[in-house]
Write a protein that binds this ligand. Structure first.
Ligand code: PMP
Length: 389
């Protein structure tokens, strides 16, 4: 028997492969934008599901198991923009749970197909509705959970399919009163259907505190000065920020899309006002129109704002310049990093930027000129980026 499996790159199952992603220096980007600091990207597409969210998929399921919140054959239901779904779906497949994901319409078709390939059911919901609406992706997930709860036992795959089809019909036909009545039913926690809820789940930031942050600390031998990360649930920036700040005064900078509330709240605007100002944008995975429990903005020193056009141009440019094919939130993070370093005249520092997922999720969108033009975006990336040089 082989003594040390991981040293040889052999793992007992796919879940154990999650994490230990590389840091890659962005020398061509540094040169092109005349950055006098070292930029290192933490490339999370090396996770088996292609994103940073595999880490929390593993932690949230293992945490729920530990706390007795799920039982054998249970259904895991989650509102997700896709990547958390993939992380949960692959861990669930490995461990024998069924999965249902609710997902806003704006998310790419690739993400939906990927989830279904991993054995999940997907329910599409409208994008531009308030989180409290009965057809928001949060509420639709609860409706599925409630219907399973009513059975008081684990449901079969066939029964689950029926429930999913029924709920999708309610959403499509805008039978909101029917949805509302399912939601109003009083339910207790059930181990047969569990919503990890990445926006409230303590294992989300813990996953990053115990893995992502620790890896960055070890990979940089503690010689890190700045950390840049997009903020979605805030689990990434909160977990990493807490770990790093406990060890050193590392500057933690958030990257937020125009239209999201984080930058407004950080500037001191009341949550109520910020929520009123929130508006839709196209970059996926970052920004919020609510304040999740998983984010601790006190750990964030500053927030840079990036618009869709800037995020997409940088994402495309990065692929051609460095051969690193990542998603729009990575492009946004890189754009925000360069903008911040230039505006604040930061020099001679070691900077780590989180690149959360793979560009393969967006081939029909960000990397497709037709899609860009249809949505009113410029396809000449250098032209968009000219102002940053
Ligand atoms: N980028 C992408 C592509 C994501 O899916 C997410 C997760 N929503 C993030 C960035 C942000 O990570 P977090 O939720 O930990 O803030």
């Amino acid at each position: 028997m082989v003594e040390n499996y991981t040293e040889l790159g052999i793992y007992e199952d796919i879940v154990k492969v999650i994490g230990k992603t590389p840091l890659v220096r962005l020398k061509k980007i540094e040169r092109y934008f005349s950055i006098e600091s070292e930029l290192y990207a933490k490339i999370e597409f090396f996770n088996p599901g292609g994103s940073i969210k595999d880490r929390i998929g593993k932690y949230m399921i293992e945490g729920a198991k530990k706390e007795g919140k799920i039982t054998e054959g249970a259904v895991i239901v989650e509102p997700t923009s896709g990547n958390t779904g993939v992380g949960l779906a692959l861990v669930a497949a490995d461990e024998g749970y069924k999965t249902v994901f609710t997902m806003p319409d704006k998310m790419s078709i690739e993400k939906e197909l990927l989830l279904e390939a991993l054995g999940a059911f997907v329910i599409r919901t409208p994008t531009a509705v308030a989180p409290s609406d009965p057809n928001s992706y949060y509420k639709v997930a609860e409706a599925v959970r409630n219907l399973i709860w009513k059975k008081k036992r684990p449901v079969s795959r066939e029964e689950l399919k029926e429930i999913v089809n029924y709920v999708q019909r309610l959403v499509d036909e805008e039978r909101l009163d029917e949805l509302r009545s399912i939601l109003e039913e009083e339910v207790e926690e059930t181990p047969y259907a569990y919503i990890p809820n990445q926006y409230f789940n303590k294992y989300n930031p813990i996953a990053h505190y115990e893995t992502t942050a620790k890896e960055i600390w070890e990979q940089t031998k503690g010689e890190i000065d700045y950390l840049f990360a997009g903020i979605g649930t805030g689990g990434t920036i909160t977990g990493i920020g807490r770990y790093l700040k406990e060890r050193k005064d590392v500057k933690i900078i958030g990257v937020d899309p125009v239209g999201s509330i984080y930058n407004l709240v950080k500037k001191g605007m009341s949550l109520e006002e910020a929520v009123k100002k929130a508006h839709p944008y196209l970059v996926e995975g970052i920004g919020e129109d609510l304040l999740p429990e998983t984010v601790d903005l006190s750990l964030v020193d500053d927030i840079v704002v990036v618009n869709d056009q800037e995020a997409f141009a940088m994402t495309r440019f990065l692929a051609r310049k460095e051969g690193i094919l990542v998603g729009g939130s990575s492009g946004a993070a890189l754009y925000g990093t360069i903008k911040y370093l230039k505006e604040n005249e930061v020099k001679g520092k070691k900077v780590v930027i989180i690149f959360p997922d793979t560009g393969r999720n967006y081939l029909t969108k960000i990397f497709n000129n037709k899609w860009l033009l249809e949505n009113g975006f410029e396809t000449d990336d250098e032209k968009v980026l000219e102002g940053l040089r």
